[in-house]
Design a binder for this molecule. Structure first.
Ligand code: ZN
Ligand code: ZN
Ligand code: ZN
Length: 268
């Protein structure tokens, strides 16, 4: 008897699986008030979202907290993964996708740029050696789908990549699906990318902390970008323990709020 599948129909929604910076909140060994807060909205796993598209569930990034995130939201199926960039906090939950090859009956498609593919091929070399003699669930079965800046179709939706700067010399991707955009790990948005973010309903945007940072928007910088783009609603993500949820939210302009783990956004 096969085990019954436990999963939730999330079609038409984007779920914020994780909204924390690279070390997560609470941070290991930190006794600050936010890290010790009993408010669940001050608990942030590493950044990731999942989209319920017409053809299945598209995960953006495989955070080290992926297993706990999918269990928490009772999402049992990931049909494909789309990567923003290859930093550890966005990649190193990948091995947990081993279960998906049974549901999909084949490898999990990974949509990414060449730099991400090369990092995954190095870090997960055991998934790409000749696996003869391995049992079928021993290593993740993966297949790459290369993307650039051209819009592409995945799981029945059109996805528009958005070039973002994550520090002076490092380029990453944000993504727009319909009138919802997800832009994490960014400290500058080139003008042509600002054009691709015009007319949004919802923008999810990096805002690390109040102080400035070399590779992430500060809260003030993120507010300024949100003002320029003027979506109906902006949610900030990739937050450190310096942003207390309630106190920070109370000071934000109208139409802007901190995201939190488990937040659901309608895809339009
Ligand atoms: Zn990150
Ligand atoms: Zn702390
Ligand atoms: Zn990063």
């Amino acid at each position: 008897m096969p085990h019954p599948l436990l999963t939730t129909d999330i079609r038409g929604q984007m779920i914020l699986l994780g909204t924390g910076t690279s070390v997560g909140v609470p941070a290991i060994g930190c006794g600050c008030p936010v890290c010790r807060s009993p408010n669940p909205r001050n608990r942030r796993t590493r950044c990731s979202v999942i989209l319920g598209l017409p053809g299945g569930n598209l995960l953006i990034d495989t955070s080290p907290d992926l297993r706990q995130q999918l269990l928490r939201e009772q999402i049992g199926l990931v049909h494909a993964v789309l990567y923003t960039h290859e930093h550890a906090d966005h990649v190193y939950g990948l091995d947990d996708l081993r279960l998906m090859q049974f549901h999909l009956g084949g490898p999990v498609p990974l949509y990414c740029e060449p730099s991400v593919e090369s990092r995954i091929r190095k870090s997960y070399d055991y998934a790409f050696i000749n696996a003869e003699g391995f049992h079928p669930g021993a290593v993740p079965q993966l297949t790459f789908r290369r993307i650039g800046l051209e819009p592409f179709a995945a799981l029945g939706a059109e996805i528009t990549p958005i070039r973002l700067k994550h520090g002076k010399r490092f380029d990453v991707l944000g993504f727009r699906v319909g009138d919802v955009a997800y832009c994490t790990d960014v400290n500058a948005i080139p003008p042509e990318s600002m054009d691709r973010l015009a007319g949004l309903d919802v923008l999810v945007l990096d805002a690390l902390r109040t102080r400035g940072h070399a590779t992430h928007f500060s809260l003030e910088e993120a507010i300024e970008v949100a003002r320029q783009l003027a979506p109906r609603q902006t949610y900030f993500t990739h937050m450190s323990h310096e942003l207390e949820h309630e106190a920070t939210n109370a000071q934000l302009p109208q139409g802007m709020a901190l995201a939190y783990d488990g937040l659901r956004i309608n895809l339009t």
